[in-house]
Design a protein around this ligand. Structure first.
Ligand SMILES: [Zn+2]
Ligand SMILES: [Zn+2]
Length: 191
C-alpha cells in the first residue's frame, strides 16, 4: 500500500469561494517532499517545492490552475544515495461539488457510498484536498528510472562501496548476465 501525502495545510476550505461563483483566490504552499518506493512523503514542513495555484469557483466546483515548481528528493536505485530532481509541472484540475457526484457520468444516480471514479477530485466537507492533486502530479512527472546521474556506477556488489566515489580494489570481472549462465554450466560440467 503506497503512502500518500496527507498534509493539513493542503486541505483548503472553499466554502466562501463557492458562495461567490466566478470569484478566485490564490493558494501557495512551500513543501519539502521525498519520493520513495512507497510513494510521496513529507521531509520537513518547509522546502523548495512550491505549489502556486489559483482557485476559481464555478457553479459545478473549483478549478485549480497553476504550477508546481522546485525539486523533490529521490533515492538513486543504483547507488542508493539521495538526490534532488527538479520539477516544473503545469496544473489544471477540477474539484467537483460533492452533491454533483451523486450522479454518474451517464446521468444515472449512484448508490449511497458509490463513487463514480476512484481517483476523482471531489469537494468534501467544504474543502478541496490538494494532497491528491500533488501526489498525482509529482508521481506522473517523475522519470521511470530514479538515477542520480545517467552514468551512476552504483555499488560494488562485493564490498558495497559507492563506486562513484572511486574504486574499491575488489577484482571485478565484467560478465554479460547471459554469458554468466553459460559460465555456470561450463563450471558445473568440469566437476
Ligand atoms: Zn546513483
Ligand atoms: Zn568492492
Amino acid at each position: 500500500m503506497a503512502e500518500k501525502l496527507n498534509l493539513r495545510q493542503l486541505k483548503v476550505p472553499v466554502t466562501n469561494l463557492l458562495k461567490k461563483v466566478f470569484s478566485r483566490e490564490r493558494f501557495t504552499a512551500n513543501l519539502d517532499i521525498a519520493v520513495g518506493e512507497h510513494g510521496v512523503s513529507e521531509k520537513s514542513d518547509r522546502g523548495d517545492l512550491k505549489l502556486e495555484v489559483w482557485l476559481e469557483s464555478s457553479p459545478d466546483g473549483i478549478r485549480v490552475k497553476g504550477d508546481i515548481q522546485g525539486s523533490v528528493s529521490l533515492q538513486c536505485t543504483r547507488c542508493l544515495e539521495e538526490y534532488r530532481q527538479d520539477l516544473d509541472i503545469a496544473v489544471d484540475e477540477f474539484y467537483r461539488r460533492a452533491g454533483l457526484s451523486t450522479l454518474g457520468g451517464d446521468g444515472r444516480r449512484l448508490a449511497d457510498g458509490e463513487i463514480q471514479e476512484e481517483d476523482e477530485y471531489v469537494i468534501a466537507e467544504g474543502a478541496i484536498d490538494l494532497n491528491l492533486l500533488l501526489n498525482d502530479a509529482v508521481m506522473l512527472s517523475l522519470p521511470i528510472k530514479h538515477l542520480c546521474t545517467e552514468e551512476c556506477k552504483g555499488l560494488c556488489q562485493w564490498c558495497g562501496k559507492n563506486l562513484n566515489e572511486g574504486e574499491c580494489g575488489c577484482v571485478r570481472e565484467v560478465i554479460d548476465p547471459r554469458l554468466e549462465v553459460l559460465k555456470t554450466l561450463l563450471e558445473s560440467g568440469e566437476e
